[in-house]
Design a protein around this ligand. Structure first.
Ligand SMILES: NC(=O)c1ccc[n+]([C@@H]2O[C@H](COP(=O)([O-])OP(=O)(O)OC[C@H]3O[C@@H](n4cnc5c(N)ncnc54)[C@H](O)[C@@H]3O)[C@@H](O)[C@H]2O)c1
Length: 429
């Protein structure tokens, strides 16, 4: 098929490259000139397994091109919108990029084609867009939310847990099913608003699971129970499952926080107070603050204490720091008067402009931890778990605290090395 993709960000670049790899012809529109230049040179603008090679392959096939505006008149089978939907200060999804793309499409469309909405938009948005932009136009509308995870994006594109297609016309829905002819996954065809709701409900459920296990971890600390055993015992129930039951510092990233807020806002705007989701969001914020308080207590105050923060990215294997717990924790520790050194294998440059200038950036884990009174693990990068903790202990100062914010480090081994170990919902050691 002949496809246009609007927005060459995380989702757009992966979608465009994978669609070309599946034999389609793709024109990808990107308004950011710096990104456009890099992409035309064959340089990926995202940190993602396999994307560099795939992008080069696609460009040399001659079936992928990057342009700054939609060709006019537009003659394609499908137009995919993959622009961002960030948070407004109210928590609502900012749909201005969506409206902009829809306007461009309305102005360029002369021939029948299908608009496939991949961006995450609140329930009811698709129906409104059709009314506002495409009522008497050759464009048909399909909601087709994307579920890929950063760090596993290409793998997730080809092996999704499901493909959700929301269309008012079955024939149009079937056309989009054919677009994914080479992907073996259950396909759910529904109306537009239900498809939009599936995406938000899935993310709302996942963040609720994260906040739930964090609440249970806090309860474990109060009741002198061990969260590892509790989570294992709970997760073995097939009705619950073991995923997303690791207690820690809570969720961050480019999707979960903004989608949770947007659904909360959208529900309220429709007259429904989604109290469970509100509590989930509040627990997630509290978890970061609680971590700083616990550390302060253990250190007997923060002023003048040397603290190493390990990990800035919101999860391992990405350089993405959007809404990462590291940012709030670094800010609160700095404000409390601690001397901070931070290190992350990939996210230092993205984090630098977002952190106070008093924070030092270390070139590796060993420089970050040298002379520290406490080490805080924020992102569970493999290189932190596999680090030489004996060497780290030798160069630290009393009271040799390690705060394992992801319950990822070998607790018994660290205690045996002489660390004072604190996890989340684990017994102090
Ligand atoms: N990143 C993820 O892991 C992920 C996963 C699933 C769904 N989503 C959803 O997909 C959407 C896109 O997310 P993303 O992370 O790829 O965003 P992003 O910010 O990385 O990319 C969006 C891109 O669109 C470009 N853009 C904006 N308006 C444009 C226009 N009018 N014409 C051309 N280009 C334009 C921007 O310059 C940017 O490069 C969001 O709604 C997000 O919630 C993201």
């Amino acid at each position: 098929m002949n496809i246009a993709v609007i927005g060459a960000g995380y989702v757009g670049l992966v979608a465009a490259s994978c669609l070309v790899n599946s034999g389609h012809q793709v024109t990808c529109v990107e308004i950011d000139e710096a990104k456009l230049r890099l992409l035309n040179q064959g340089t990926s603008t995202i940190e993602e397994k396999g994307i560099d090679q795939l992008l080069k392959q696609c460009l040399s096939s001659g079936r992928l091109s990057f342009v700054s505006a939609l060709p006019k008149p537009l003659q394609v089978d499908i137009v995919m919108i993959t622009v961002g939907t960030p948070s407004l200060p109210s928590g609502a999804a900012d749909l201005s990029y969506i409206y902009n793309a829809a306007e461009q499409l309305r102005d360029a469309a002369r021939h029948p084609s299908i608009l496939v909405m991949k961006s995450t938009v609140p329930p009811g948005t698709g129906v409104k867009l059709v009314q506002r932009y495409f009522k008497n136009s050759p464009i048909s509308y399909v909601a087709n939310p994307e579920f890929l995870r950063e760090g596993e994006a290409i793998e997730d594109w080809y092996h999704p847990s499901r493909i959700v297609i929301g269309a008012e016309d079955n024939k149009i829905g079937e056309r989009i099913r054919q677009l994914y002819f080479d992907i073996d996954a259950p396909v759910i065809i529904t109306d537009i608003t239900s498809a939009e709701t599936i995406k938000y409900a899935a993310n709302a459920f996942l963040v609720t699971k994260i906040s739930f296990i964090n609440e249970i971890a806090n309860l474990c600390e109060a009741a002198d129970a061990n969260i590892d055993d509790v989570a294992r015992g709970v997760g073995l129930d097939p009705r619950i499952g073991p995923d997303f039951l690791r207690a820690g510092l809570g969720y961050g990233g480019s999707c979960f926080p903004k989608d949770a807020r947007a659904l909360d806002f959208s529900a309220l705007n429709k007259g429904y107070d989604f109290r469970l989701l509100k509590a989930t969001i509040e627990v997630n914020t509290k978890q970061r603050i609680l971590a700083v308080h616990k550390l302060k207590q253990l250190l007997g105050g923060l002023a003048g204490k040397e603290i190493a923060l390990l990990g800035l990215a919101f999860k391992p294997d990405t350089d993405d720091v959007r809404e990462a717990p590291s940012l709030d924790i670094a800010y609160l520790l700095d404000e409390g008067g601690a001397k901070l050194r931070v290190y992350d294998p990939a996210a230092m440059e993205n984090a630098r402009p977002l952190l106070p200038p008093s924070i030092a950036f270390a070139p590796d884990i060993y420089s970050a931890t040298a002379g520290a009174n406490a080490v805080v693990l924020i992102t569970e990068w493999r290189e932190f778990i596999d680090a030489d903790w004996q060497a780290i202990k030798k160069q630290m100062k009393e009271p040799y605290i390690i705060f394992d914010g992801r319950n990822a480090l070998p607790q018994d081994k660290l205690i045996a090395l002489g660390f004072k170990y604190m996890g989340v919902g684990r017994r102090l050691g």
